[in-house]
Design a protein around this ligand. Structure first.
Ligand code: ATP
Length: 234
């Protein structure tokens, strides 16, 4: 579904991504793990069109999307939930969700997807009229995910969904990611919580200073002694 081939990305003179290649097969959950500053967010932002690679290609469903504006990429069926949620703080939960469907005009489909989002996140239904800036961190993460789902993505990119959340909520968010995947959405997940990410992913890549240090099935990486020592806290 997604094939990133040998991309290089710079911030001015800083060479942040050094020839990364990643494949995300349809229907799977693929995770990128690695420490702070390894380049995980930059990789996601490049895939979703917020940054342009200096070279390399990014094929989404066989079309090269390098240079395609971010909003057009959303319209093609690829949506990112950014690190830090970025909900529209002064708008209600409902308005945030409606904005997620901004590029669509299939009213019935939108209504069905809204119902589906409320089924996945009952808390958002309870709080649909609440101003989003007053939600808890976990609720804002749910809203950011719900808003992305309202664009009906075939590929969902998630950047650090567990960041700053209490362990119980982290579990809940990961269960929902699994559920989203089981209902047909392919997922590319960036996480610092490597243990949790590997527990739900099919495939994983370990990033280290802009390069892929290791790749394999999530199970292989989770059970590898070397990976555990270097990246999973023993
Ligand atoms: P984190 O989990 O901390 O976000 P990450 O793995 O997502 O880490 P990136 O945020 O992609 O890493 O950063 C990769 C590299 O690019 C780092 O060396 C970082 O300092 C650099 N970088 C990121 N954003 C910028 C920016 N706006 N300007 C300059 N350098 C940046």
């Amino acid at each position: 579904m997604l094939k990133v081939d040998n991309i290089d990305v710079y911030y001015g003179a800083i060479h942040a991504i050094k020839g990364i290649s990643i494949e995300v097969p349809k229907g799977e959950i693929v995770t990128l793990v690695g420490s702070n500053g390894a380049g995980k967010s930059t990789t996601l932002r490049t895939i979703s069109g917020l940054m342009k690679p200096k070279n390399g290609t990014i094929l989404f469903e066989d079309k090269n999307i390098v240079g395609v504006p971010a909003h057009k990429i959303v319209g093609m069926g690829l949506c990112q939930v950014p690190e830090g949620r970025h909900v529209f703080a002064n708008m209600s939960v409902m308005e945030n969700l409606e904005l997620g469907a901004y590029l669509r005009n299939d009213k019935d489909g939108i209504a069905r997807d809204l119902e589906d989002v409320f089924k996945k996140f009952p808390r958002l239904l309870e709080r649909k009229d609440q101003i989003s800036g007053t939600l808890s961190g976990g609720e804002q993460q749910m809203l950011a995910m719900g808003r992305a789902l309202m664009s009906r993505p075939r590929l969902l990119l998630l950047d650090e969904p567990s960041m700053g959340l209490a362990p119980l909520l982290v579990k809940e968010i990961f269960n929902i990611i699994k559920e989203i995947n089981e209902s047909g959405t392919t997922v590319l997940l960036v996480e610092q919580n490597a243990n949790m990410a590997l527990s739900i992913a099919d495939k994983a890549y370990v990033l280290e200073t802009g390069r892929i240090a290791l790749a394999g099935t999530a199970q292989e990486l989770a059970s590898s002694e070397a990976v555990r020592k270097a990246y999973l806290g023993g």
